[in-house]
Design a protein around this ligand. Structure first.
Ligand code: MSP
Length: 672
């Protein structure tokens, strides 16, 4: 297969070639599901995209930076119902409400040019046209979606998802069922996609290419279900009432409708499409590198130049998830440590293409080492010395000393190019390392030149002035290159050193700061953070936020029917101590408890609480069980009783707490 590139994007031969405009740069984030408040993982991707957009603007590109929200689908419909809201009210609250998505991006100083919501009218109408076009060109056809259906859960499952032939969620029988649906002929594009992935640099990092080809293309690409009739919260298929467009066509084409494809709201499609890069998390690389190009080929549209799959921020080695209760709230961190410190930390600490373990300790360490010690220090020391020795303005008479200055000047002069080489590879961490290597070198340069010694002798003043000039010039270049990462801090640094030129072209020219620049002091850019104190404060703030998010408990109606005392007393409630707790294989709900119930023989109880607790958290705890229920089988294993718990909903999501009693109560104690 022959690939054609105009230097800006790839086309397969038969696709139309558009003259890509010079000097434009179009970058996108995924559009986020507003099924919950966004967390630090979403913030990570948006901050990276913002940093790239700011960097490209700085280089002189005409940038279009798009982000937005993906608001349709069954999950949102279900969550809205649980929250007692319409789906539109539900998403409005998360997107435009207080501390919602828009507020978060404003807080994080995100410079997106456009924000798309898939519920926007212009997008909905455009998706209908796109769907119809693909139907008319024969790439979308009507078929049957067959699967296994669990009636109580109202869920479709594939054969391979079943556990012992039963519903993986509730363990009950499932039935064969089919639903009329439209399909996209993904299979038709398999060869072209494989070629695109293997023979171009469309998808990066390269390791993701092998994953896509081996896991998805080689086993055989199946056609993709693109409409559903079992829920209504989506873009209606206008030529077949009852069908709604199933998420991915709706979601992926946002990148083009937001430019004006098939709508009059915007007019930039010809200018900005194809995208220069889509930043996406690793789990949606498949959709962007297989399904998206296939759909674009079907529409006869140019393909994006690149898809970059970044890694996840993990917490305790696992994925953050609201239902596990282990998400990190970016608001709390930004409010406590500052927006720029948080932005910097995210890109300095984790290589963009790989997963990284988030921790508050790491955040504080990074602030203290890079920002307080290195960057903050060089700025405050240099400004303070310029004020102390020269009243804030360096004299024009300066004396260079090649032996002492050459190495620093050489490092600073080449910095912009080294930084650029890394940024062009989306290697944010490496670009920052280049800057911080120079900052460390400059801190060493202070010690080597000992300005405080030079200052003792009036005759050394011209040399002292040059030492301080070299430091200020280093700060100008480093501080300006930090602009995409920390826009507010960078501007403040330029102000303090009196730099009037810090545009891209000025950054590989050593010596552009006027020799007689005037410095201004100010408060510490990054005060040192006391680790223990900050960790305690964070814990407090997180607990307060959790409490504030708790809705007033909806009291279920009290039972009207009375139960006589003797009947009640027949329920045998006992304190039981957890000796062991294990997940049940192939079930994502059940945990198996081995309990000491005081009888000397272990009691086994199965409980559907795996979404709320990790097994190891429960070992050693004393719980409350009803022990005289008839034994019953769950997933083929016997359960001898039931553990008591309290259930409530929080932001439309079910939460559960097991009832625990003091360890002082011995196993087997009867509760009354
Ligand atoms: N709506 C789809 C994307 C459609 S794009 C046409 C979606 N939404 S999402 O809200 O679930 O995820 C959005 C992005 O956030 C994904 O790229 C995902 O990888 C990213 N992240 C979610 N949690 C994350 C981390 N813990 N760490 C890094 N990124 C993570 O998928």
């Amino acid at each position: 297969m022959n690939w054609y590139t105009n230097g800006n994007c790839y086309f397969v031969e038969e696709l139309p070639v558009s003259e890509a405009s010079k000097g434009k740069f179009y970058i996108t984030t995924p559009i986020y599901y507003p099924s919950d408040r966004l967390h630090i993982g979403h913030t990570y991707c948006t901050v990276a995209t913002d940093t790239m957009a700011r960097y490209k603007r700085m280089q002189g590109y005409d940038v279009m930076f798009l982000t937005g929200t993906d608001e349709h689908g069954q999950k949102i419909e279900d969550k809205a119902r649980e929250a007692g809201k319409t789906p539109q009210q539900f998403v409005d609250d998360i997107v435009t409400g207080p501390r919602g998505v828009l507020d978060l991006w404003k807080l994080m100083n995100i410079s997106n040019d456009r924000f798309i919501r898939t519920t926007d009218d212009y997008h909905v109408a455009a998706i209908q046209k796109i769907f119809k076009k693909m139907y008319e060109n024969g790439d979308i056809y009507k078929g049957k979606y067959t699967g296994k259906y669990c009636k109580p859960c109202e869920s479709f499952w594939t054969e391979s998802q079943l556990v012992d032939g039963k519903c993986p969620d509730c363990g009950r029988e499932v039935q064969d069922a089919e639903e009329e649906a439209y399909f996209f002929r993904l299979s038709k594009y398999a060869d072209k996609i494989q070629d695109l992935l293997e023979n171009t640099d469309f998808l990066e990092p390269r390791s993701r290419v092998h994953e896509m080809v081996n896991n998805f293309i080689k086993p055989g690409l199946e056609d993709l279900c693109v409409s559903r009739t079992s829920f209504t919260w989506g873009v209606p298929v206008d030529f077949d009432p009852g069908h709604v467009v199933y998420v991915w066509i709706d979601a992926l084409f946002n990148y083009t409708t937001a430019l004006g494809l098939y709508n009059d709201k915007y007019n930039d499609y010809d200018k900005f499409w194809p995208a220069d890069v889509h930043f996406v998390g690793k789990e949606i690389v498949r959709f962007h590198s297989i399904i998206w190009p296939a759909m674009l080929m079907s529409m006869g549209m140019p393909l994006p130049k690149k898809v970059f799959g970044h890694g996840w921020l993990l917490l305790d080695g696992g994925k953050m998830s609201k239902s596990k209760g282990n998400v990190v709230d970016p608001y709390i961190l930004a409010e406590m440590f500052g927006v720029d410190a948080l932005r910097f930390f995210l890109l300095r600490t984790f290589p963009f293409g790989s997963d990284g373990n988030f921790s508050n300790e790491l955040l504080i360490q990074t602030i203290n080492t890079d920002l307080a010690n290195d960057l903050g220090n060089i700025v405050s020391r240099t400004v303070a010395m310029a004020q102390k020795y020269f009243g804030g303005t360096l004299p024009a008479e300066q004396v260079a000393d090649d032996a002492l200055d050459a190495n620093l000047i050489e490092m600073v002069s080449g910095l912009r190019d080294r930084y650029e080489a890394q940024m062009e590879k989306y290697a944010f961490q490496n670009a920052l390392s280049e800057v911080f290597n120079v900052i460390s070198r400059a801190n060493k340069y202070i010690d080597e030149n000992a300005p405080w010694v030079l200052a003792r002798d009036e005759a050394n003043k011209p040399r002292l002035a040059r030492v301080l000039y070299n430091l200020l010039e280093t700060i100008r270049v480093c501080g300006a290159l930090l602009l995409p990462f920390m826009p507010a801090t960078s501007a403040e640094i330029m102000k303090r050193i009196g730099a009037d030129r810090y545009d891209w072209d000025s950054l590989n020219q050593y010596g552009l700061l006027p020799a007689t620049a005037t410095v201004t002091d100010g408060p510490n850019l990054f005060p040192r953070v006391d680790m223990d104190k900050a960790l305690a404060e964070l814990e407090e703030a997180e607990a307060a936020a959790r409490k504030a998010a708790l809705p007033a408990l909806e009291i279920e109606p009290y039972a009207q029917e009375q139960v006589d005392f003797d009947t009640f007393c027949k329920s045998d409630l006992r304190a039981v101590k957890v000796k062991d707790c294990q997940p049940v294989k192939k079930s994502n709900k059940l945990l198996k408890f081995t309990l000491d119930d005081g009888t000397g023989t272990d009691r086994q109880i199965l409980s559907g609480i795996a979404m709320y607790y990790k097994p190891e958290e429960l070992i050693g705890k004393t719980l409350v069980a009803i022990t005289n229920l008839p034994p019953r089988k769950m997933m083929g294993q016997e359960s001898q009783g039931m553990l008591l718990s309290a259930v409530h909903t929080e932001q439309g999501e079910e939460k559960l707490n097991l009832i625990m009693v003091s360890d002082a109560i011995p196993a087997g104690a009867k509760l009354c």
